[in-house]
Design a protein around this ligand. Structure first.
Ligand code: GLC
Ligand code: CA
Length: 550
């Protein structure tokens, strides 16, 4: 695989070389006066809209960095690596669940909503993480799993046996394994076949959409609403910058629907009001509707700040295994059409719930890199899943379930026996397949590495308002395998070109593109020239480029 990198210092040279293509008339070299990007970034990342311009990083704390040799990643370990993340260009962290847990669902089963799991440290270690992150300009957003706490939570232990206890109606009970008011089964085959579990002590069945050890809370009970909103306050008071809200669309059930019913939307509005009572907080929804997260935004101001666009995030490998640009553009055009004003997509190409981007790309470097290119340049806030910047491959050990394949330890240094992850004898789960081939230490500074690719792409995004909040215009090219899109803020315009064909170079014309100026190549390799209102574009096989045109 060859790739032309265009570090900013080499822009002029790259532009000259690129403009010698036989397809396009050589364009005069153009260099737009640049801003102080560090100052611009600082301004964009301050104030209530910071999250629209930030690059997030999803960390599985358990697999990131062990500090005490027990083989389990922890908060102290994560804190010790903040500078590495900062130097990659990360502005905010989403932490997978850090609360005490019996670990039937990898921590998404929270046994105590107001503490830190001893595996990861103590509340004081979270305070230390926040105290280290904030002065670095980094934000921290833990996972908040309000939907299915485990049967070991104190709220659940209390109602059994006395059904008269304070928590008697905090869960959903039935004398039979069904309830006419609840028209939904388990969430997916992963979580079992029945949504009802007999509780021998109470001699009643309880409802659970996830693992049998995760009874659903009864959000029709106002005491549950109050208690869980207090949980949010507890963490906000400690200084977290917001939450990633786990499967929150499934909070309240009814006879006819269980996903984002009006009662759930009411709850989300109350949660938003809690966040709004603190300055500069934000929350992101894990939407259970993979084709549109529009419902999570309410009127654009009263529900979620961000919601994952899984139509791209979980399914990008499909358009990338074909050659049609329109297929990769569609999820973004759809959200532009369906989302209310003010909505901000959260963009992923992998997560703890799906296979690694490396595998989704079938090991083709140009494929995961172009998938990330789209993630970083289409409208939305990117969330890098830890290890994506190293093209980590999956593991093959399931401790809880097969999703663990994508939750293997971070690889810091190749030569080290446990790759710098732990000083103990072994990590809690074995490393992924290519841990001896890729590592942060080895990839950093290698210009052909995926790490360098991420580093450059994030540097270009930084301090450029157009990427976080600029408008999107998708241009139609007369060659269907070329994607061409424009992002514009009030004072700058960028054009992205990308080829879906991994075999051959392509050229085409976007009629009536009306680009506001000549193209300056910032990243990648392609040519873009204007003739009258039209734009001509040439892209190498599997190529991509970012141009500035204003
Ligand atoms: C979300 C989490 C997933 C978990 C599920 C149930 O989908 O991302 O990991 O299993 O919620 O809590
Ligand atoms: Ca540890």
């Amino acid at each position: 695989m060859t790739r032309t990198l265009a570090p900013l210092a080499l822009v002029a040279a790259a532009l000259l070389a690129a403009s010698c293509s036989s397809h396009a008339t050589p364009a005069p070299a153009v260099t737009y006066p640049d801003k102080d990007r560090a100052a611009a970034a600082q301004a964009l990342l301050s104030g209530p809209d910071w999250y629209r311009h930030a690059v997030f990083y999803e960390v599985d704390v358990r697999s990131f960095q062990d500090s005490n040799g027990d083989g389990i990643g922890d908060l102290k370990g994560l804190t010790s690596r903040l500078d590495e993340l900062k130097s990659l260009g990360i502005d905010a962290l989403w932490l997978m669940p850090i609360m005490p847990t019996p670990f039937v669902d990898s921590g998404y089963d929270v046994a105590d909503y107001e503490d830190v799991s001893p595996d990861y440290g103590a509340l004081g270690d979270l305070d230390a993480l926040l105290a280290a992150a904030h002065p670095r300009g980094m934000r921290v957003m833990p996972d908040l799993a309000l939907t299915p706490p485990p049967d070991q939570h104190a709220w659940f232990r209390h109602p059994r046996p006395p059904t008269t206890s304070a928590h008697a109606d905090w869960y959903i009970w039935s004398d039979t394994p069904s309830d006419p008011n609840i028209g939904c089964g388990t969430f997916s085959a992963q979580f079992g076949s029945s949504a009802w579990q007999l509780d021998a002590t109470r001699n009643q069945y309880y409802f659970h959409r996830f693992y049998a050890g995760q009874p659903d809370l009864n959000y029709r009970n106002p005491a549950v609403v109050k208690a869980t909103l207090d949980v949010a306050r507890f963490w906000l008071d400690r200084g977290v910058d917001g939450f990633r809200c786990d499967v929150i669309g499934l909070l309240v059930e009814s006879a006819t629907g269980c996903d984002m019913i009006p009662e759930t939307q009411d709850y989300i509005r109350q949660l938003r009001a809690v966040l709004d009572s603190y300055p500069n907080r934000a929350m992101v929804a894990e939407s259970t509707n993979y084709s549109s997260a529009a419902a999570y935004f309410g009127n654009g101001k009263d529900m979620f700040h961000m919601a994952f666009n899984f139509d791209y995030g979980y399914f990008w490998s499909m358009p990338f295994s074909g050659t049609l640009a329109s297929a990769v553009e569609k999820p973004f055009l759809d959200s532009q059409k369906l989302n209310p004003q003010g909505a901000q997509d959260a963009l992923v190409i992998g997560s703890h719930d799906v296979g690694r981007a490396y595998d989704a790309a079938r090991g083709i470097q140009s494929r995961w890199e172009r998938a990330a290119f789209v993630q970083m340049t289409m409208p939305g806030t990117p969330y890098v899943y830890y290890g994506e910047e190293l093209a980590l491959q999956s593991g093959s050990t399931a401790v809880v379930d097969t999703r663990d394949y994508a939750r293997t330890p971070m690889v810091w240094a190749k030569a080290d026996p446990n790759h710098g992850f732990t000083t103990g004898s072994k990590p809690w789960i074995p490393f992924g397949a290519n841990a001896d081939q890729t590592s942060l230490e080895g990839e950093k500074g290698d210009p052909s590495s995926t790490y360098s690719y991420y580093e450059q792409l994030l540097a270009i995004r930084r301090g450029r308002e157009a990427f976080g909040t600029g408008s999107l215009q998708v241009l139609t090219v007369d060659d269907p395998s070329i994607a061409l899109w424009v992002r514009a803020s009030s004072d700058e315009t960028y054009v992205m070109a990308m080829s879906m064909d991994e075999e051959d170079a392509h050229s085409g014309t976007a009629q009536g593109a009306n680009l506001p100026g000549d193209a300056e190549l910032l990243f990648g390799s392609a040519t873009l020239t204007r003739s009258g209102a039209d734009a001509h574009v040439s892209v190498p096989a599997a190529g991509y480029a970012i141009f500035r045109v204003r």
